[in-house]
Design a protein around this ligand. Structure first.
Ligand code: ZN
Length: 325
């Protein structure tokens, strides 16, 4: 079997207890992609666990800060790397004084939380050493030869230049295979919708969110006074903000049936708490009135039909129930 077939085979067949192996494979592929082969003349390339750990933290950072995805099958014992990344995130958010999600590369966490960051990297290296480095190349109790050389306990592994080059030439195939398997694993212990799309967040440089302002003119038909959905008072002297009743981080989508007007202050104090049943019932009633208002005013477009679909299929209740799971 050639290197690429063996590599893909490991990804395809790895166990599903947690996502460590996928993060590891992703880091190695990324390292291959960044390697400048013109500048190298040895046949063996040394890759340190430190280099890998810094990439692994980046992946878990993104999937956690945006979507809080569970990365292991045992809820009582989350994977160590996830726990230390979570604690790094909370220290960062505390220092930045904001819980607003931010892309890793834009966060400047290495400098803002320098000490905590380096401690986190050391913890991740320890976990990789103990659980991933040698296990990755073990399939069904047997070592898959010809992937890389690694001695248990070492701080680095050795990969041949040829293997690394194959990985670089086929990075697209490798990334797709990893993302697919990563999503499959996450589906076993996450009830959240759009898992494939959420996993791909680590490949996207910037989260481009379509402006919500396009929804204002529709919501205006039902709520021209801009009464705040959260506190009930009219919003005056400020542009109303649009609130996702069921958290955006859960749905990863902007839908008219889930958007309401709110004061900026009411919206930001709410964070990502799951709404209670009363709020959900209120949203359902609002949606009925909104649909009626749109039809009355002759608005017959994508938003109207999506709203109608959501009402007919009880999407509010369905997603509300599943987001508690
Ligand atoms: Zn308010």
């Amino acid at each position: 079997m050639d290197f690429l077939s063996k590599w893909l085979n490991i990804i395809r067949k790895c166990n599903i207890d947690n996502t460590y192996k996928m993060a590891w494979a992703k880091a190695l592929t990324e390292i291959a992609l960044e390697t400048d082969f013109d500048k190298i003349d040895n046949q063996q390339i040394e890759i340190t666990l430190d280099t890998i750990a810094r990439k692994v933290v980046k992946y878990y950072w993104e999937q956690t800060i945006y979507f809080d995805l569970k990365q292991g099958s045992n809820p009582l014992k989350p994977p160590k790397i996830l726990s230390v990344t979570k604690s790094l995130i909370s220290k960062y958010q505390h220092k930045a004084n904001s819980t607003h999600p931010i892309k890793y590369l834009k966060s400047n966490v290495e400098n803002i939380c320098e000490t905590e960051y380096e401690i986190t990297i050391k913890q991740v290296i320890a976990a990789l050493k103990q659980d991933v480095s040698y296990r990755f190349i073990s399939l069904g109790g047997k070592i898959v030869e010809g992937i890389y050389e690694y001695e248990k306990g070492d701080n680095s592994l050795c990969m041949t230049l040829d293997n690394l080059r194959v990985l670089k030439d086929n990075y697209g195939i490798s990334f797709e295979a990893i993302n697919y398997r990563w999503s499959q694993i996450l589906e076993n212990f996450n009830q959240t919708p759009r898992i494939c799309k959420k996993v791909r967040i680590i490949d996207i440089e910037e989260i481009r969110r379509t402006p919500l302002s396009k929804f204002i003119k529709y919501l205006d038909y039902e709520n021209p006074e801009h009464s705040c959905f959260i506190c009930g008072k009219n919003i005056e002297g400020e542009t109303p903000s649009l609130d996702h009743v069921i958290a955006w981080s859960y749905l990863y989508s902007d839908d008219i049936w889930n958007l309401v007007f709110a004061h900026r202050s009411c919206n930001s104090s709410k964070s990502n708490i799951i709404p209670n049943e009363q709020v959900v019932n209120k949203l359902e009633k609002r949606n009925l009135r909104l649909l009626e208002a749109l039809i009355e005013n002759g608005v017959n477009n994508k938003e109207t039909s999506e709203l109608q679909f959501a009402i007919e299929h009880n999407l509010v209740k369905k997603f509300w129930i599943s987001c508690q799971g």
